[in-house]
Write a protein that binds this ligand. Structure first.
Ligand code: SAM
Ligand code: DTB
Ligand code: SF4
Length: 334
């Protein structure tokens, strides 16, 4: 009998056993869990907007926006409110259900908080779920964001605690956990996941999932990114991770986080249609739409329509999907 309720006592060995299993067993289990918690045939769409690009003080080895590396990216100031609202409207018209605003900050400054709060209020008023990712939070800031109507705070753990220092030197894993705790303490939902393809081992991928599983409650949203290699960064020449490895990580996340969104996030632009289908068949139930992520390309609306139509999937909003399982009748009954 497959466990479909969230658990916080997963051991690394249990997660490893899932991850290393035969792919048909793993994906079969992931789909069992998915069908007991989510409707068949539906995918949720989120859209990103970079509200403050580049010039970041952190040295995350994967990131185009770090001031430590010459990536050729032009830094810009915080976007005016009107442009953010326009982008949110376009996203909603394109079928997005959640709008995620990202800023290339090491940490949120109190002087910027009212401007970001106004963006959250305005995007919420457009009928979208709201998410922001603004770096580290100080005491009290998460409460102010929640007050403005924020639904989710995105702050990724990115990899295992052991590998983290190889990728980032300007902050620690514990700094990350502290901000996650502050966001959770203010009643925000968490969006927290990681990246595959940074030169980490499979044990690090298992370690990441294990760390995420210890968060109680689990992050409501778990984004799994495939590294988009950025020339000029320390990870710019990293060999691509295989799509089957992405599918394995997604399937394990679906089993370990049965009631969370598992989002096939960055990296779709470099995948074939079949590769993306494989990741969705492994249990992902959300994607980023829009032809840009934060600073890099994402498949355009026509490509996504073709993928959805080839798979017979429909976009659905969070409210419909959170109603829970709804099985489509199959050709052979039940
Ligand atoms: N500054 C904030 C922070 O670091 O939390 C927010 C922005 S940051 C761009 C958000 C997340 O995007 C990172 O934690 C990482 O998981 C993901 N990301 C950034 N660059 C990426 C890349 N080149 N490929 C894949 N994912 C990436
Ligand atoms: C997440 O896990 N992935 C998104 C979102 N959370 C903020 C960001 C992906 C960024 C990809 C690289 C870029 O476009 O700069
Ligand atoms: Fe800055 Fe975030 Fe990029 Fe790190 S991932 S350099 S914190 S924008």
């Amino acid at each position: 009998m497959i466990q479909t309720q969230p658990r916080h006592d997963w051991t690394r060995d249990e997660i490893e056993a899932l991850y290393e299993g035969p792919l048909d067993t793993l994906i079969g289990q992931a789909l069992d869990v998915k069908r007991q918690n989510w409707p068949d045939g539906k995918v949720q769409k989120s859209q990103l907007l970079s509200i403050k690009t580049g010039g970041c003080a952190e040295d995350c080895g994967y990131c185009s926006q770090s001031a430590h590396f010459d990536t050729g990216l032009d830094a810009s100031k915080l976007m005016p409110l009107g442009e953010v609202v326009e982008a949110a409207r376009r996203a909603r018209e394109n079928g997005a259900d959640r709008f995620c605003m990202g800023a290339a900050w090491r940490s949120l400054k109190d002087r910027d908080l009212p401007k970001v709060a106004a963006m959250i209020e305005a995007v919420k008023a457009e009928g979208l779920e709201t998410c922001v990712t603004l770096g580290m939070l100080e005491a009290g800031q998460a409460e102010a964001l929640a007050e403005a109507g924020l639904d989710y705070y995105n702050h990724n753990l990115d990899t295992s605690p052991e590998y983290y220092g190889t990728v980032v030197s300007t902050r620690t894993y514990d700094d990350r956990l502290e901000t996650l705790g502050r966001a959770r303490g203010a009643g925000l939902k968490l969006c927290c996941g990681g990246i595959l393809g940074m030169g980490e081992s499979r044990a690090d991928r298992i370690g990441l999932i294990h760390e995420l599983s210890k968060l109680a409650p689990h992050p409501e949203s778990v984004p799994i990114n495939m590294l988009v290699p950025i020339p000029g960064t320390p990870l710019g020449d990293s060999p691509a991770v295989g799509v089957l490895e992405m599918a394995r990580a997604i399937a394990v996340c679906r089993i370990v986080f049965p009631k969370s969104w598992v989002r096939l996030s960055a990296g779709r632009e470099s995948m074939t249609e079949e590769g993306q289908a494989m990741c969705l068949l492994a249990g992902a139930n959300s994607i980023f739409v829009g032809d840009r992520l934060l600073t890099t390309d994402n498949p355009d609306a026509d490509e996504d329509s073709a993928l959805m139509s080839a798979m017979g999937l429909e976009a659905a909003g969070h409210a419909e999907m959170e109603e829970g399982p709804r099985r489509l009748t199959t050709l052979i009954g039940n």
